[in-house]
Design a protein around this ligand. Structure first.
Ligand SMILES: Nc1ncnc2c1ncn2[C@@H]1O[C@H](COP(=O)(O)OP(=O)(O)OP(=O)(O)O)[C@@H](O)[C@H]1O
Length: 248
């Protein structure tokens, strides 16, 4: 992927449920290799945006386009992950290889080494046989990051990856995010901790059912923009139909 090309391009995208738009007037691009935070009030449409990028939600209007062969690794919000599923930590992490080896491709010696390395990278060596239902929230998030490591995708989407995660685990996992950025992967993370965003994410998209500001984090997270975003979400009509406002 070339340095300044768009990893993801939005053409006047509307995303929603049924015919109700949740995010609209999304027009712009995320350059390849970006480390970008998506922030906004509750209900602003952040998770909806990630689902649109992953493809689990088809745009009601407009198009989302990718640089050739996107390859997306996606970490949903913790609440959306079923931890009662009878799966060991090892098998959960090994699932990261499926996109390339296929479900029945078998695990080679080389794969085993990679799985062990991923477990070591997140500090879970020794947890291989543990059922995921017995992990703490932080340990589960470490296992999910190990799976992301194995997916080896050029685009990584993280939905509130550090919510209810302690400082040590957050610091360890943020190191992996920085490593992905250094490897020129495109990382898009939904976050609520604005201090963390300012410290770690050079780019930010502030969203309130539509983009409010998009660009350098320091400029985007101004008190004026944050106030505007809050007012826009509060004023949004949840029963509104698709809006065909033209983009001037
Ligand atoms: N499956 C669904 N069906 C109908 N409406 C939905 C669905 N999922 C989300 N919505 C609505 O879409 C809007 C945007 O929700 P979304 O979860 O994307 O917001 P968010 O910015 O991620 O919020 P939070 O910070 O609270 O996680 C909300 O009004 C929400 O109620």
């Amino acid at each position: 992927m070339s340095a300044n090309s768009a990893a993801i391009r939005f053409d006047e995208v509307t995303l929603g449920y049924g015919r109700r738009p949740a995010v609209h007037h999304l027009d712009g691009e995320i350059p390849s290799g970006s480390l970008i935070a998506v922030v906004g009030p509750n209900g602003a449409g952040k998770s909806t945006l990630l689902k649109g990028i992953v493809g689990t939600l088809k745009p009601l209007e407009g198009h989302i386009r990718f640089n050739a062969s996107p390859g997306i690794a996606y970490l949903p919000q913790a609440a959306e992950i079923d931890r009662s599923f009878p799966l060991s930590v090892y098998d959960l992490v090994a699932m990261g290889l499926w996109s390339r080896s296929g479900l029945f491709g078998g695990i080679s010696r080389h794969d085993r080494t990679k799985i062990e390395q991923a477990l070591a990278a997140v500090g879970l060596t020794g947890f291989e046989r543990r059922p995921i239902s017995t992990l703490s929230g932080g340990q589960m998030q470490r296992a999910l990051f190990a799976r992301l490591l194995l997916q080896d995708a050029p685009v990584i989407l993280l939905d509130e990856p550090f919510t209810a995660i302690d400082a040590k685990t957050t610091a360890d996992l943020l190191d992996l995010v920085r490593r992905w950025h250094d490897e020129a992967r495109t990382v898009v993370a939904v976050l609520h901790d604005l201090d963390m965003v300012k410290r770690t994410f050079p780019q930010t998209l502030l969203i309130a059912r539509e983009p409010v500001a998009w660009g350098e984090t320091g400029e985007v997270l101004s008190p004026e923009n944050l106030l505007k975003a809050r007012r826009m979400v509060e004023a949004y009509d949840p029963h509104a139909d698709i809006c065909h406002r033209s983009v001037a």
